[in-house]
Design a protein. Sequence first.
Length: 618
Amino acid sequence: MFVDNINYLREHYPNLREQLKNIAPKYSIERMESKSGELTLNIKQHEKNNFIHSKYDPIKEAQSIIDRYQSQIDSSEKVFFYGLGLGYHVEVFRNRYPDHDVTVYEPSIDVFLNLAENRPLENVLKDSSLFVEVDSKSSTRFFNQYSQALLNKVTIIVLPSYQRIFEAQYQRFLEQFKANIHGKRINTLTNFRFKGRWTLNSLKNLSETISTPNLLDHTNKTHFQNKPAIIVSAGPSLNEEIDHLKYVKEQNLAYIFSVGSSINALIEHGIEPDAAFTYDPTQVNASVFTKVIERDYDLSIPLIYGTSVGFETLENYRGPKFHILTSQDTITPYFKSVKPQEYGFVHDAPSIAVITLQALGQLNVSPIIFVGQNLGYRQDIHYASGIDHRKKNLDLTDDKKKETFEVVGTQGETVVTTDGFNRMRHGLEHQINLLKQPKEIKFYNTTIDGAHINGTEFRYLSDIINDLSPIDTTFFLDHKNFVESNKDNHSEKIYNIFKSYEESLKSLFYKLKELNSSSIVSESAMRSYLNELNKAKEDVEKETFTKIIIFPIIRTELDIINQKLIKAIKEKELQTRYQAIVDLISNYYQLIFSVTQKIAPVYHQVARSLEDTVEDKA
Protein backbone atom coordinates (compact mmCIF):
# COMPACT_ATOMS: atom_id res chain seq x y z
CA MET A 1 0.00 0.00 0.00
CA PHE A 2 1.18 3.52 -0.75
CA VAL A 3 2.70 5.17 2.33
CA ASP A 4 0.60 8.25 1.55
CA ASN A 5 -2.52 6.07 1.55
CA ILE A 6 -1.61 4.54 4.92
CA ASN A 7 -1.25 8.04 6.36
CA TYR A 8 -4.50 9.12 4.71
CA LEU A 9 -6.41 6.23 6.28
CA ARG A 10 -4.79 6.81 9.69
CA GLU A 11 -5.95 10.43 9.61
CA HIS A 12 -9.42 10.06 8.09
CA TYR A 13 -10.47 6.43 8.69
CA PRO A 14 -8.39 5.04 11.57
CA ASN A 15 -10.83 2.19 12.36
CA LEU A 16 -10.74 1.01 8.76
CA ARG A 17 -6.95 1.16 8.77
CA GLU A 18 -6.84 -1.15 11.80
CA GLN A 19 -9.37 -3.55 10.28
CA LEU A 20 -7.36 -3.85 7.07
CA LYS A 21 -4.40 -5.25 9.03
CA ASN A 22 -6.34 -8.36 10.07
CA ILE A 23 -8.31 -9.25 6.94
CA ALA A 24 -7.30 -12.09 4.64
CA PRO A 25 -8.02 -11.76 0.89
CA LYS A 26 -11.23 -13.41 -0.31
CA TYR A 27 -10.75 -13.10 -4.06
CA SER A 28 -7.82 -13.56 -6.40
CA ILE A 29 -7.55 -10.20 -8.15
CA GLU A 30 -5.28 -9.60 -11.12
CA ARG A 31 -4.09 -6.08 -11.96
CA MET A 32 -3.99 -5.47 -15.70
CA GLU A 33 -3.18 -2.57 -17.96
CA SER A 34 -6.03 -1.56 -20.25
CA LYS A 35 -5.45 -0.72 -23.90
CA SER A 36 -5.66 2.99 -23.05
CA GLY A 37 -2.92 2.59 -20.42
CA GLU A 38 -4.96 2.84 -17.18
CA LEU A 39 -5.13 -0.02 -14.73
CA THR A 40 -8.13 -2.31 -14.48
CA LEU A 41 -8.84 -5.26 -12.17
CA ASN A 42 -9.81 -8.78 -13.11
CA ILE A 43 -11.56 -11.09 -10.63
CA LYS A 44 -11.61 -14.72 -11.70
CA GLN A 45 -14.76 -16.61 -10.73
CA HIS A 46 -15.34 -20.16 -11.92
CA GLU A 47 -12.49 -19.80 -14.44
CA LYS A 48 -14.21 -16.75 -15.92
CA ASN A 49 -12.69 -13.26 -16.24
CA ASN A 50 -14.68 -10.45 -14.60
CA PHE A 51 -13.29 -6.99 -15.19
CA ILE A 52 -14.10 -4.27 -12.66
CA HIS A 53 -13.41 -1.59 -15.30
CA SER A 54 -13.22 -1.66 -19.06
CA LYS A 55 -10.19 -3.52 -20.39
CA TYR A 56 -10.13 -1.03 -23.27
CA ASP A 57 -10.66 2.46 -21.77
CA PRO A 58 -11.66 2.83 -18.07
CA ILE A 59 -11.79 6.65 -18.25
CA LYS A 60 -14.16 6.69 -21.21
CA GLU A 61 -16.31 4.09 -19.44
CA ALA A 62 -16.36 6.25 -16.29
CA GLN A 63 -17.50 9.29 -18.28
CA SER A 64 -20.26 7.20 -19.85
CA ILE A 65 -21.47 6.07 -16.41
CA ILE A 66 -21.78 9.65 -15.13
CA ASP A 67 -23.46 10.78 -18.38
CA ARG A 68 -26.09 8.10 -17.84
CA TYR A 69 -27.10 9.59 -14.46
CA GLN A 70 -26.90 13.28 -15.43
CA SER A 71 -30.60 14.15 -15.15
CA GLN A 72 -30.86 12.46 -11.75
CA ILE A 73 -27.70 14.16 -10.50
CA ASP A 74 -28.98 17.59 -11.58
CA SER A 75 -32.11 17.15 -9.47
CA SER A 76 -30.38 16.06 -6.25
CA GLU A 77 -27.64 17.37 -3.97
CA LYS A 78 -26.52 13.99 -2.62
CA VAL A 79 -24.94 11.11 -4.51
CA PHE A 80 -24.33 7.58 -3.25
CA PHE A 81 -21.78 5.46 -5.15
CA TYR A 82 -22.14 1.70 -4.80
CA GLY A 83 -18.82 0.25 -5.89
CA LEU A 84 -15.61 2.25 -5.87
CA GLY A 85 -13.29 -0.03 -7.83
CA LEU A 86 -10.23 2.02 -8.76
CA GLY A 87 -12.30 5.19 -8.47
CA TYR A 88 -12.30 6.47 -12.07
CA HIS A 89 -16.04 7.25 -12.13
CA VAL A 90 -15.88 9.00 -8.74
CA GLU A 91 -13.06 11.25 -10.00
CA VAL A 92 -14.98 12.09 -13.19
CA PHE A 93 -18.01 12.96 -11.07
CA ARG A 94 -16.01 15.14 -8.68
CA ASN A 95 -14.52 17.13 -11.56
CA ARG A 96 -18.00 17.83 -12.95
CA TYR A 97 -19.90 18.30 -9.69
CA PRO A 98 -17.52 19.62 -7.00
CA ASP A 99 -20.32 20.87 -4.71
CA HIS A 100 -22.38 17.67 -4.39
CA ASP A 101 -22.42 15.68 -1.17
CA VAL A 102 -20.81 12.31 -2.00
CA THR A 103 -20.84 8.99 -0.13
CA VAL A 104 -18.87 6.03 -1.50
CA TYR A 105 -19.73 2.46 -0.47
CA GLU A 106 -17.25 -0.30 -1.33
CA PRO A 107 -18.59 -3.84 -0.68
CA SER A 108 -15.28 -5.61 -1.39
CA ILE A 109 -12.35 -5.21 0.97
CA ASP A 110 -10.12 -6.94 -1.62
CA VAL A 111 -10.93 -4.39 -4.30
CA PHE A 112 -10.30 -1.56 -1.85
CA LEU A 113 -6.87 -2.98 -0.95
CA ASN A 114 -5.99 -3.02 -4.66
CA LEU A 115 -7.09 0.60 -4.95
CA ALA A 116 -4.96 1.57 -1.94
CA GLU A 117 -1.94 -0.20 -3.43
CA ASN A 118 -2.19 1.46 -6.83
CA ARG A 119 -3.84 4.90 -6.69
CA PRO A 120 -3.72 7.91 -4.31
CA LEU A 121 -6.81 7.81 -2.08
CA GLU A 122 -6.68 11.53 -1.39
CA ASN A 123 -7.33 12.26 -5.07
CA VAL A 124 -9.92 9.54 -5.59
CA LEU A 125 -11.90 10.31 -2.42
CA LYS A 126 -11.56 14.09 -2.45
CA ASP A 127 -14.38 15.64 -0.36
CA SER A 128 -16.20 12.29 -0.19
CA SER A 129 -17.31 10.05 2.67
CA LEU A 130 -16.13 6.44 2.47
CA PHE A 131 -17.51 3.20 3.89
CA VAL A 132 -15.91 -0.18 3.21
CA GLU A 133 -18.00 -3.24 4.07
CA VAL A 134 -16.08 -5.40 6.52
CA ASP A 135 -18.98 -7.45 7.88
CA SER A 136 -22.80 -7.44 7.86
CA LYS A 137 -23.12 -5.84 11.33
CA SER A 138 -21.03 -2.81 10.42
CA SER A 139 -22.99 -2.55 7.18
CA THR A 140 -26.31 -2.52 9.05
CA ARG A 141 -25.07 0.21 11.41
CA PHE A 142 -23.86 2.28 8.46
CA PHE A 143 -27.21 2.11 6.64
CA ASN A 144 -29.12 3.00 9.80
CA GLN A 145 -26.94 6.06 10.36
CA TYR A 146 -26.98 7.09 6.70
CA SER A 147 -30.75 6.86 6.33
CA GLN A 148 -31.37 8.77 9.57
CA ALA A 149 -29.16 11.64 8.41
CA LEU A 150 -30.75 11.74 4.95
CA LEU A 151 -32.94 14.82 4.52
CA ASN A 152 -32.86 15.32 0.76
CA LYS A 153 -33.16 13.26 -2.41
CA VAL A 154 -30.18 11.02 -3.15
CA THR A 155 -28.96 9.62 -6.49
CA ILE A 156 -27.51 6.09 -6.35
CA ILE A 157 -24.79 5.39 -8.92
CA VAL A 158 -23.84 1.73 -9.25
CA LEU A 159 -20.59 0.62 -10.86
CA PRO A 160 -22.10 -1.76 -13.49
CA SER A 161 -19.62 -4.60 -13.00
CA TYR A 162 -20.59 -4.91 -9.31
CA GLN A 163 -24.14 -5.99 -10.15
CA ARG A 164 -22.64 -9.04 -11.84
CA ILE A 165 -19.51 -9.83 -9.81
CA PHE A 166 -20.97 -9.20 -6.35
CA GLU A 167 -24.56 -10.16 -7.17
CA ALA A 168 -25.57 -11.50 -3.73
CA GLN A 169 -24.06 -8.53 -1.89
CA TYR A 170 -25.67 -6.13 -4.34
CA GLN A 171 -29.12 -7.64 -3.80
CA ARG A 172 -28.66 -7.40 0.00
CA PHE A 173 -27.61 -3.79 -0.44
CA LEU A 174 -30.74 -2.97 -2.44
CA GLU A 175 -33.01 -4.66 0.11
CA GLN A 176 -31.30 -3.04 3.08
CA PHE A 177 -31.14 0.40 1.49
CA LYS A 178 -34.81 0.30 0.49
CA ALA A 179 -35.85 -0.95 3.94
CA ASN A 180 -33.91 1.80 5.70
CA ILE A 181 -35.15 4.53 3.39
CA HIS A 182 -38.71 3.24 3.77
CA GLY A 183 -38.29 3.28 7.54
CA LYS A 184 -36.85 6.77 7.35
CA ARG A 185 -39.77 7.88 5.18
CA ILE A 186 -42.26 6.46 7.69
CA ASN A 187 -40.43 8.16 10.56
CA THR A 188 -40.28 11.44 8.64
CA LEU A 189 -43.99 11.29 7.88
CA THR A 190 -44.66 10.49 11.53
CA ASN A 191 -42.48 13.41 12.61
CA PHE A 192 -44.19 15.80 10.22
CA ARG A 193 -47.58 14.59 11.37
CA PHE A 194 -46.98 14.59 15.10
CA LYS A 195 -44.04 16.90 15.88
CA GLY A 196 -46.27 19.85 16.83
CA ARG A 197 -48.63 17.62 18.78
CA TRP A 198 -45.83 15.92 20.72
CA THR A 199 -44.59 19.26 22.03
CA LEU A 200 -48.05 20.78 22.50
CA ASN A 201 -49.22 17.71 24.41
CA SER A 202 -46.12 17.50 26.61
CA LEU A 203 -46.56 21.18 27.47
CA LYS A 204 -50.30 21.08 28.14
CA ASN A 205 -49.90 17.83 30.12
CA LEU A 206 -47.12 19.31 32.27
CA SER A 207 -49.30 20.26 35.23
CA GLU A 208 -50.82 16.76 35.29
CA THR A 209 -47.43 15.09 34.83
CA ILE A 210 -45.88 17.04 37.69
CA SER A 211 -48.81 16.02 39.93
CA THR A 212 -48.74 12.30 39.15
CA PRO A 213 -46.25 9.51 39.87
CA ASN A 214 -43.91 8.16 37.23
CA LEU A 215 -44.73 4.47 37.07
CA LEU A 216 -41.10 3.62 36.32
CA ASP A 217 -39.50 5.84 38.98
CA HIS A 218 -41.88 6.49 41.85
CA THR A 219 -42.97 2.92 42.41
CA ASN A 220 -41.62 0.01 44.41
CA LYS A 221 -40.84 -2.51 41.69
CA THR A 222 -41.02 -5.42 44.12
CA HIS A 223 -44.81 -5.14 43.70
CA PHE A 224 -44.31 -6.36 40.13
CA GLN A 225 -41.18 -8.52 40.34
CA ASN A 226 -41.79 -11.91 38.67
CA LYS A 227 -45.56 -11.43 38.69
CA PRO A 228 -47.50 -12.35 35.56
CA ALA A 229 -48.87 -9.52 33.43
CA ILE A 230 -51.35 -9.77 30.57
CA ILE A 231 -51.23 -7.20 27.76
CA VAL A 232 -54.72 -7.13 26.27
CA SER A 233 -54.88 -5.79 22.71
CA ALA A 234 -57.97 -5.14 20.62
CA GLY A 235 -57.50 -7.83 17.94
CA PRO A 236 -60.48 -10.03 16.96
CA SER A 237 -59.09 -13.05 18.84
CA LEU A 238 -59.80 -11.19 22.09
CA ASN A 239 -63.46 -12.24 21.73
CA GLU A 240 -62.54 -15.84 22.53
CA GLU A 241 -60.59 -14.99 25.68
CA ILE A 242 -63.20 -12.92 27.56
CA ASP A 243 -64.28 -15.74 29.90
CA HIS A 244 -60.65 -16.61 30.62
CA LEU A 245 -59.84 -12.97 31.42
CA LYS A 246 -62.87 -12.78 33.73
CA TYR A 247 -61.53 -15.77 35.61
CA VAL A 248 -58.05 -14.23 35.86
CA LYS A 249 -59.58 -11.03 37.24
CA GLU A 250 -61.83 -12.79 39.75
CA GLN A 251 -59.00 -14.98 41.07
CA ASN A 252 -56.29 -12.23 40.92
CA LEU A 253 -54.03 -14.51 38.89
CA ALA A 254 -52.21 -11.76 36.98
CA TYR A 255 -52.12 -8.04 36.34
CA ILE A 256 -54.38 -7.20 33.40
CA PHE A 257 -53.38 -4.17 31.33
CA SER A 258 -55.48 -2.88 28.45
CA VAL A 259 -53.69 -1.17 25.58
CA GLY A 260 -55.40 1.32 23.31
CA SER A 261 -58.98 0.45 22.32
CA SER A 262 -59.14 -2.93 24.07
CA ILE A 263 -60.44 -1.26 27.24
CA ASN A 264 -63.80 -0.85 25.50
CA ALA A 265 -64.08 -4.56 24.73
CA LEU A 266 -63.18 -5.38 28.35
CA ILE A 267 -65.68 -3.07 30.06
CA GLU A 268 -68.35 -4.19 27.60
CA HIS A 269 -68.02 -7.57 29.32
CA GLY A 270 -67.67 -6.19 32.83
CA ILE A 271 -63.89 -6.64 33.11
CA GLU A 272 -61.97 -3.77 34.71
CA PRO A 273 -58.26 -3.93 33.85
CA ASP A 274 -55.81 -3.11 36.63
CA ALA A 275 -54.72 -0.15 34.51
CA ALA A 276 -55.13 1.19 30.97
CA PHE A 277 -52.11 2.22 28.89
CA THR A 278 -52.39 5.07 26.36
CA TYR A 279 -49.93 7.21 24.38
CA ASP A 280 -51.46 8.27 21.02
CA PRO A 281 -50.67 11.99 20.51
CA THR A 282 -53.71 12.73 18.35
CA GLN A 283 -56.93 14.43 19.40
CA VAL A 284 -58.85 11.31 18.33
CA ASN A 285 -57.25 9.34 21.18
CA ALA A 286 -59.71 10.91 23.63
CA SER A 287 -62.57 9.10 21.85
CA VAL A 288 -61.08 5.75 22.97
CA PHE A 289 -62.21 6.58 26.50
CA THR A 290 -65.64 8.09 25.73
CA LYS A 291 -67.54 4.96 26.76
CA VAL A 292 -65.23 4.48 29.75
CA ILE A 293 -66.01 7.98 31.02
CA GLU A 294 -69.74 7.85 30.22
CA ARG A 295 -70.07 4.71 32.35
CA ASP A 296 -67.84 6.13 35.15
CA TYR A 297 -65.25 3.40 34.76
CA ASP A 298 -62.57 6.11 34.65
CA LEU A 299 -63.18 6.80 38.34
CA SER A 300 -61.76 3.39 39.26
CA ILE A 301 -59.45 2.33 36.40
CA PRO A 302 -55.98 3.95 36.66
CA LEU A 303 -54.71 5.54 33.44
CA ILE A 304 -51.03 5.06 32.60
CA TYR A 305 -50.21 7.65 29.97
CA GLY A 306 -47.20 8.57 27.89
CA THR A 307 -46.38 12.20 28.67
CA SER A 308 -46.84 13.24 25.02
CA VAL A 309 -50.33 11.68 24.81
CA GLY A 310 -53.12 13.81 23.31
CA PHE A 311 -53.86 16.40 26.01
CA GLU A 312 -57.61 16.02 25.44
CA THR A 313 -57.36 12.48 26.85
CA LEU A 314 -56.12 13.75 30.22
CA GLU A 315 -58.52 16.69 30.36
CA ASN A 316 -61.49 14.33 30.25
CA TYR A 317 -60.20 11.47 32.40
CA ARG A 318 -61.18 11.95 36.05
CA GLY A 319 -59.60 8.94 37.71
CA PRO A 320 -56.15 8.06 39.08
CA LYS A 321 -53.22 8.57 36.71
CA PHE A 322 -49.62 7.47 36.38
CA HIS A 323 -47.27 8.78 33.73
CA ILE A 324 -44.41 7.34 31.69
CA LEU A 325 -41.89 9.72 30.16
CA THR A 326 -41.76 9.26 26.37
CA SER A 327 -38.72 9.94 24.22
CA GLN A 328 -40.67 12.57 22.25
CA ASP A 329 -41.21 14.66 25.39
CA THR A 330 -38.39 17.21 25.71
CA ILE A 331 -40.24 19.38 28.24
CA THR A 332 -40.87 17.21 31.31
CA PRO A 333 -37.20 16.24 31.92
CA TYR A 334 -36.25 19.93 32.20
CA PHE A 335 -38.96 20.80 34.69
CA LYS A 336 -38.39 17.61 36.65
CA SER A 337 -34.64 18.36 36.62
CA VAL A 338 -33.86 14.80 35.57
CA LYS A 339 -32.13 12.91 32.79
CA PRO A 340 -34.58 10.60 30.97
CA GLN A 341 -32.27 7.59 31.37
CA GLU A 342 -32.24 8.08 35.14
CA TYR A 343 -35.92 8.96 35.48
CA GLY A 344 -37.35 5.99 33.63
CA PHE A 345 -38.67 6.49 30.11
CA VAL A 346 -39.83 4.63 27.01
CA HIS A 347 -38.87 5.09 23.37
CA ASP A 348 -41.53 6.13 20.89
CA ALA A 349 -42.89 3.08 19.08
CA PRO A 350 -45.34 2.08 16.32
CA SER A 351 -47.94 0.76 18.78
CA ILE A 352 -49.08 1.14 22.38
CA ALA A 353 -48.35 -2.56 22.92
CA VAL A 354 -44.63 -1.87 22.32
CA ILE A 355 -44.74 1.07 24.76
CA THR A 356 -46.43 -1.15 27.35
CA LEU A 357 -43.92 -3.93 26.77
CA GLN A 358 -41.05 -1.51 27.45
CA ALA A 359 -42.67 -0.37 30.69
CA LEU A 360 -43.47 -3.85 31.97
CA GLY A 361 -39.94 -4.96 31.14
CA GLN A 362 -38.59 -2.20 33.40
CA LEU A 363 -40.99 -3.30 36.15
CA ASN A 364 -39.51 -6.82 35.90
CA VAL A 365 -42.83 -8.64 35.49
CA SER A 366 -42.76 -12.23 34.24
CA PRO A 367 -44.24 -13.87 32.33
CA ILE A 368 -45.63 -11.33 29.88
CA ILE A 369 -48.71 -12.72 28.16
CA PHE A 370 -50.11 -11.29 24.91
CA VAL A 371 -53.87 -11.56 24.35
CA GLY A 372 -55.69 -10.30 21.25
CA GLN A 373 -52.42 -9.31 19.56
CA ASN A 374 -53.47 -10.42 16.05
CA LEU A 375 -51.27 -7.98 14.11
CA GLY A 376 -53.39 -8.71 11.07
CA TYR A 377 -56.85 -9.66 9.89
CA ARG A 378 -58.96 -12.59 11.02
CA GLN A 379 -61.74 -13.36 8.58
CA ASP A 380 -61.31 -9.84 7.16
CA ILE A 381 -61.72 -8.21 10.63
CA HIS A 382 -58.98 -6.70 12.80
CA TYR A 383 -60.86 -5.41 15.87
CA ALA A 384 -62.67 -7.23 18.68
CA SER A 385 -66.36 -6.63 19.37
CA GLY A 386 -67.22 -3.71 21.64
CA ILE A 387 -64.90 -1.23 19.87
CA ASP A 388 -67.70 1.19 18.93
CA HIS A 389 -65.57 4.31 18.38
CA ARG A 390 -63.74 2.52 15.54
CA LYS A 391 -66.76 1.32 13.57
CA LYS A 392 -65.32 2.87 10.45
CA ASN A 393 -62.42 1.10 8.73
CA LEU A 394 -62.83 -2.10 10.78
CA ASP A 395 -63.24 -4.52 7.88
CA LEU A 396 -60.87 -5.58 5.13
CA THR A 397 -62.25 -4.02 1.93
CA ASP A 398 -61.21 -4.92 -1.61
CA ASP A 399 -59.08 -1.76 -1.80
CA LYS A 400 -57.27 -2.62 1.42
CA LYS A 401 -56.63 -6.18 0.23
CA LYS A 402 -54.36 -4.82 -2.48
CA GLU A 403 -51.94 -3.63 0.24
CA THR A 404 -51.89 -6.83 2.29
CA PHE A 405 -49.51 -9.78 2.37
CA GLU A 406 -49.16 -13.01 4.34
CA VAL A 407 -46.95 -13.88 7.31
CA VAL A 408 -46.59 -16.96 9.49
CA GLY A 409 -49.19 -17.31 12.23
CA THR A 410 -48.88 -18.41 15.86
CA GLN A 411 -49.68 -22.02 14.96
CA GLY A 412 -47.92 -22.19 11.60
CA GLU A 413 -50.88 -20.98 9.56
CA THR A 414 -50.79 -17.89 7.31
CA VAL A 415 -52.10 -14.53 8.53
CA VAL A 416 -53.08 -11.62 6.29
CA THR A 417 -51.34 -8.47 7.45
CA THR A 418 -50.33 -4.96 6.37
CA ASP A 419 -47.16 -2.90 6.46
CA GLY A 420 -48.42 -1.06 9.55
CA PHE A 421 -49.17 -4.25 11.47
CA ASN A 422 -45.85 -5.70 10.37
CA ARG A 423 -43.94 -2.72 11.73
CA MET A 424 -45.76 -3.20 15.03
CA ARG A 425 -44.70 -6.86 15.04
CA HIS A 426 -41.07 -5.95 14.35
CA GLY A 427 -41.27 -3.38 17.16
CA LEU A 428 -42.44 -6.04 19.60
CA GLU A 429 -39.78 -8.49 18.43
CA HIS A 430 -37.05 -5.88 18.80
CA GLN A 431 -38.16 -5.06 22.34
CA ILE A 432 -38.49 -8.73 23.33
CA ASN A 433 -34.96 -9.34 22.08
CA LEU A 434 -33.66 -6.44 24.18
CA LEU A 435 -35.45 -7.67 27.29
CA LYS A 436 -34.42 -11.29 26.93
CA GLN A 437 -30.69 -10.58 26.98
CA PRO A 438 -30.31 -9.09 30.50
CA LYS A 439 -33.48 -10.52 32.07
CA GLU A 440 -35.10 -13.93 32.31
CA ILE A 441 -38.58 -12.84 31.26
CA LYS A 442 -40.86 -15.36 29.58
CA PHE A 443 -43.13 -14.25 26.75
CA TYR A 444 -46.30 -16.08 25.77
CA ASN A 445 -48.51 -15.26 22.81
CA THR A 446 -52.03 -16.66 23.26
CA THR A 447 -53.47 -15.05 20.13
CA ILE A 448 -55.32 -17.58 17.98
CA ASP A 449 -54.96 -16.81 14.26
CA GLY A 450 -52.51 -14.02 15.02
CA ALA A 451 -49.11 -13.32 13.49
CA HIS A 452 -46.21 -15.16 15.11
CA ILE A 453 -43.99 -12.85 17.18
CA ASN A 454 -40.37 -13.97 17.33
CA GLY A 455 -39.24 -14.45 20.91
CA THR A 456 -42.65 -15.64 22.13
CA GLU A 457 -44.03 -19.11 22.71
CA PHE A 458 -47.60 -19.85 21.66
CA ARG A 459 -49.77 -21.24 24.44
CA TYR A 460 -53.51 -21.26 24.95
CA LEU A 461 -54.53 -18.85 27.68
CA SER A 462 -56.58 -21.60 29.31
CA ASP A 463 -53.40 -23.68 29.72
CA ILE A 464 -51.41 -20.77 31.15
CA ILE A 465 -54.12 -20.07 33.71
CA ASN A 466 -53.63 -23.55 35.15
CA ASP A 467 -50.03 -22.61 36.00
CA LEU A 468 -50.90 -19.32 37.75
CA SER A 469 -51.46 -18.70 41.46
CA PRO A 470 -53.24 -15.71 43.08
CA ILE A 471 -51.12 -12.55 43.52
CA ASP A 472 -51.60 -9.16 45.18
CA THR A 473 -52.86 -6.81 42.43
CA THR A 474 -53.85 -3.90 44.70
CA PHE A 475 -50.79 -1.78 43.91
CA PHE A 476 -52.61 0.84 41.84
CA LEU A 477 -55.24 1.36 44.54
CA ASP A 478 -52.65 2.67 47.02
CA HIS A 479 -51.26 5.62 45.03
CA LYS A 480 -54.20 7.96 44.43
CA ASN A 481 -52.94 10.90 46.47
CA PHE A 482 -49.43 11.32 45.12
CA VAL A 483 -48.25 14.97 44.91
CA GLU A 484 -44.89 16.12 43.55
CA SER A 485 -42.96 17.75 46.41
CA ASN A 486 -41.00 20.43 44.50
CA LYS A 487 -43.92 21.83 42.51
CA ASP A 488 -43.40 25.39 43.78
CA ASN A 489 -40.21 25.74 41.68
CA HIS A 490 -41.82 25.07 38.31
CA SER A 491 -43.85 28.24 37.72
CA GLU A 492 -40.74 30.37 38.31
CA LYS A 493 -38.75 28.20 35.90
CA ILE A 494 -41.37 28.43 33.20
CA TYR A 495 -41.41 32.24 33.24
CA ASN A 496 -37.64 32.67 33.43
CA ILE A 497 -36.75 30.53 30.43
CA PHE A 498 -39.29 32.29 28.22
CA LYS A 499 -38.09 35.74 29.28
CA SER A 500 -34.47 34.83 28.46
CA TYR A 501 -35.51 33.32 25.10
CA GLU A 502 -37.54 36.41 24.21
CA GLU A 503 -34.54 38.67 24.79
CA SER A 504 -32.28 36.56 22.54
CA LEU A 505 -34.92 36.43 19.81
CA LYS A 506 -35.27 40.22 19.95
CA SER A 507 -31.49 40.59 19.62
CA LEU A 508 -31.55 38.48 16.44
CA PHE A 509 -34.43 40.58 15.11
CA TYR A 510 -32.59 43.86 15.78
CA LYS A 511 -29.44 42.49 14.18
CA LEU A 512 -31.40 41.65 11.02
CA LYS A 513 -33.14 45.02 11.13
CA GLU A 514 -29.73 46.71 11.34
CA LEU A 515 -29.03 45.51 7.80
CA ASN A 516 -31.89 47.61 6.43
CA SER A 517 -30.91 50.76 8.29
CA SER A 518 -27.20 50.83 7.55
CA SER A 519 -24.96 50.68 4.54
CA ILE A 520 -22.71 47.61 4.66
CA VAL A 521 -20.60 47.74 1.55
CA SER A 522 -16.97 47.08 2.46
CA GLU A 523 -15.62 43.54 2.74
CA SER A 524 -14.54 44.05 6.35
CA ALA A 525 -18.02 45.38 7.25
CA MET A 526 -19.67 42.37 5.63
CA ARG A 527 -17.47 39.91 7.47
CA SER A 528 -18.02 41.71 10.76
CA TYR A 529 -21.78 41.80 10.29
CA LEU A 530 -21.94 38.10 9.38
CA ASN A 531 -20.01 37.21 12.54
CA GLU A 532 -22.39 39.28 14.68
CA LEU A 533 -25.43 37.84 12.93
CA ASN A 534 -24.22 34.28 13.45
CA LYS A 535 -23.51 35.05 17.12
CA ALA A 536 -27.09 36.31 17.56
CA LYS A 537 -28.41 33.13 15.91
CA GLU A 538 -26.26 30.92 18.16
CA ASP A 539 -27.53 32.78 21.25
CA VAL A 540 -31.10 31.90 20.29
CA GLU A 541 -30.12 28.26 19.79
CA LYS A 542 -28.53 28.08 23.25
CA GLU A 543 -31.76 29.09 24.98
CA THR A 544 -33.51 26.37 26.98
CA PHE A 545 -36.88 27.38 25.51
CA THR A 546 -35.47 26.88 22.01
CA LYS A 547 -34.06 23.46 22.85
CA ILE A 548 -37.09 21.98 24.62
CA ILE A 549 -39.96 23.62 22.71
CA ILE A 550 -39.01 25.34 19.44
CA PHE A 551 -36.48 22.86 18.01
CA PRO A 552 -38.67 19.74 18.47
CA ILE A 553 -41.49 21.41 16.52
CA ILE A 554 -39.48 22.59 13.51
CA ARG A 555 -36.27 20.58 13.71
CA THR A 556 -36.53 19.23 10.15
CA GLU A 557 -37.13 22.68 8.65
CA LEU A 558 -34.26 24.17 10.66
CA ASP A 559 -31.96 21.32 9.65
CA ILE A 560 -32.65 22.08 6.00
CA ILE A 561 -31.87 25.78 6.53
CA ASN A 562 -28.67 24.90 8.40
CA GLN A 563 -27.58 22.57 5.59
CA LYS A 564 -28.06 25.42 3.13
CA LEU A 565 -26.08 27.69 5.46
CA ILE A 566 -23.16 25.24 5.42
CA LYS A 567 -23.24 25.31 1.65
CA ALA A 568 -23.52 29.13 1.57
CA ILE A 569 -20.53 29.55 3.89
CA LYS A 570 -18.38 27.67 1.35
CA GLU A 571 -19.26 30.20 -1.37
CA LYS A 572 -16.00 31.86 -2.43
CA GLU A 573 -17.43 35.16 -3.71
CA LEU A 574 -18.02 37.36 -0.63
CA GLN A 575 -21.03 39.34 -1.88
CA THR A 576 -22.85 36.17 -2.95
CA ARG A 577 -21.96 34.43 0.32
CA TYR A 578 -23.04 37.47 2.34
CA GLN A 579 -26.46 37.76 0.68
CA ALA A 580 -27.15 34.01 0.85
CA ILE A 581 -26.35 33.85 4.59
CA VAL A 582 -28.42 36.92 5.43
CA ASP A 583 -31.41 35.57 3.48
CA LEU A 584 -31.19 32.16 5.15
CA ILE A 585 -30.91 33.56 8.68
CA SER A 586 -33.86 35.87 7.92
CA ASN A 587 -35.88 32.78 6.93
CA TYR A 588 -34.61 31.10 10.09
CA TYR A 589 -35.86 33.98 12.24
CA GLN A 590 -39.25 34.15 10.52
CA LEU A 591 -39.79 30.42 11.03
CA ILE A 592 -38.91 30.55 14.73
CA PHE A 593 -40.91 33.74 15.30
CA SER A 594 -43.99 32.21 13.65
CA VAL A 595 -43.86 29.13 15.91
CA THR A 596 -43.27 31.33 18.97
CA GLN A 597 -46.43 33.33 18.25
CA LYS A 598 -48.46 30.12 18.11
CA ILE A 599 -47.00 28.41 21.16
CA ALA A 600 -46.63 31.42 23.51
CA PRO A 601 -50.36 31.68 24.51
CA VAL A 602 -50.41 27.97 25.39
CA TYR A 603 -47.13 28.31 27.27
CA HIS A 604 -48.41 31.18 29.42
CA GLN A 605 -51.65 29.31 30.06
CA VAL A 606 -49.64 26.37 31.40
CA ALA A 607 -47.59 28.75 33.57
CA ARG A 608 -50.78 30.13 35.12
CA SER A 609 -52.07 26.59 35.64
CA LEU A 610 -48.92 25.68 37.54
CA GLU A 611 -49.31 28.75 39.73
CA ASP A 612 -52.94 27.90 40.47
CA THR A 613 -52.01 24.32 41.38
CA VAL A 614 -49.36 25.55 43.81
CA GLU A 615 -51.86 27.90 45.44
CA ASP A 616 -54.41 25.08 45.77
CA LYS A 617 -51.86 22.91 47.57
CA ALA A 618 -50.63 25.75 49.82
